[in-house]
Ligand binder design. Structure first.
Ligand code: 5GP
Ligand code: ZN
Length: 131
């Protein structure tokens, strides 16, 4: 998804990028973040305001607004992100105790950045249901 403010240069590197999107800017390298893992389709970074000892965000590089915009054509992408999350959880040492993967959708879902991301959180116990 591109909009009118996306330049030709930006389209050349990521045709799906959205100019004002915070996570598109991190993916483009315009804003810094601590990278945990990366491949052609996804980037995993440490959350800037961690709510748990391990708090990592997994982002598709292609701009997708939220889980509400996913389609069956994204099945491989989502599967790959969850496989990355499991690998990262093992590498972070949180796999054995257990952890949480969550994606927030929309205002009542608590979404504050409109670029699909999965929170991988661990290192402490979580309550259910979340607040
Ligand atoms: P949401 O509220 O949309 O589910 O999650 C957005 C997450 O992005 C929040 O946990 C927030 O702390 C994180 N975040 C916001 N701005 C930045 C940033 O500039 N860099 C990083 N690494 N995380 C950010
Ligand atoms: Zn984006």
């Amino acid at each position: 998804m591109s909009d009118d403010r996306t330049t030709d240069d930006e389209r050349a590197t990521n045709p799906e990028r959205v100019a004002d999107c915070l996570f598109c800017r991190i993916i483009a390298g315009e804003l810094s973040a601590t990278t945990v893992a990366e491949d052609d389709a996804m980037l995993a970074i440490r959350d800037i305001a961690p709510r748990a000892p391990t708090h990592i965000l997994l982002l598709p590089k292609r701009h997708i607004g939220s889980a509400a915009q996913l389609t069956a054509a994204d099945a491989r992408l989502v599967g790959a992100i969850f496989a990355q999350a499991a690998d990262i959880a093992r590498a972070e040492g949180i796999a054995e105790a257990g952890y949480r993967i969550v994606t927030n959708v929309g205002r009542w879902g608590g979404q504050t950045v409109d670029h699909l991301h999965f929170h991988l959180m661990g290192g402490r116990p979580f309550e259910w249901p979340p607040g």
